[in-house]
Design a protein around this ligand. Structure first.
Ligand code: FES
Ligand code: FES
Length: 156
């Protein structure tokens, strides 16, 4: 049995037929072909699957596609384009915030959330490190990731 999911992804209405237990990350990757959202663990630990739901970072492997019904989903493909990068994407590029790049989409989506929550305050390195607890970089490039998020937050 399949169910129909109708939602908005990167500002466009989309729909698809999925098994009721289909995870949002699989709907995004397989039904919509938006493969910038990665699956690193499937156990809610790594954050590679982070997207925004109504503007808040969520792990797309921890929710069902049907739970996105009627909500606004934003993936890494929806925040900037080559030649017109989002400030957080540009900051990762400028501060060498990636090595293999596998964790990067999730780090950027989490980083935008951190910057949004810190608006109007000074975002400390300690806060960034605490808030990034749910995002794992297997290349262990944390120093430059934190630097990138601090720079991206200043430019947002
Ligand atoms: S794939 Fe979702 S947290 Fe790792
Ligand atoms: S840059 Fe390789 S996993 Fe983070």
């Amino acid at each position: 049995m399949t169910v129909k999911v109708t939602t908005t992804v990167n500002g466009k209405p989309v729909s698809g037929d999925v098994e009721p237990n289909t995870l949002l990350v699989h709907f995004v990757r397989e039904n919509l072909g938006l493969t910038g959202t990665h699956v690193g663990c499937d156990t809610s630990q790594c954050g590679a699957c982070t997207v925004h739901l109504d503007g808040q970072p969520v792990k797309a492997c921890t929710m069902l596609a049907v739970q996105a019904e009627g909500h606004q989903v934003t993936t890494i493909e929806g925040i900037g384009q080559p030649g017109n990068l989002h400030p957080m994407q540009a900051a990762f590029q400028e501060n060498h915030g990636l090595q293999c790049g596998f964790c990067t989409p999730g780090m950027i989506m989490a980083g935008i959330g951190i910057a949004d929550r810190a608006k109007g305050t000074t975002l400390s390195e300690e806060t960034i490190r605490i808030e990034l607890e749910g995002n794992i970089c297997r290349c262990t490039g944390y120093h430059n990731i934190v630097k990138s998020i601090a720079a991206g937050a200043r430019d947002m």
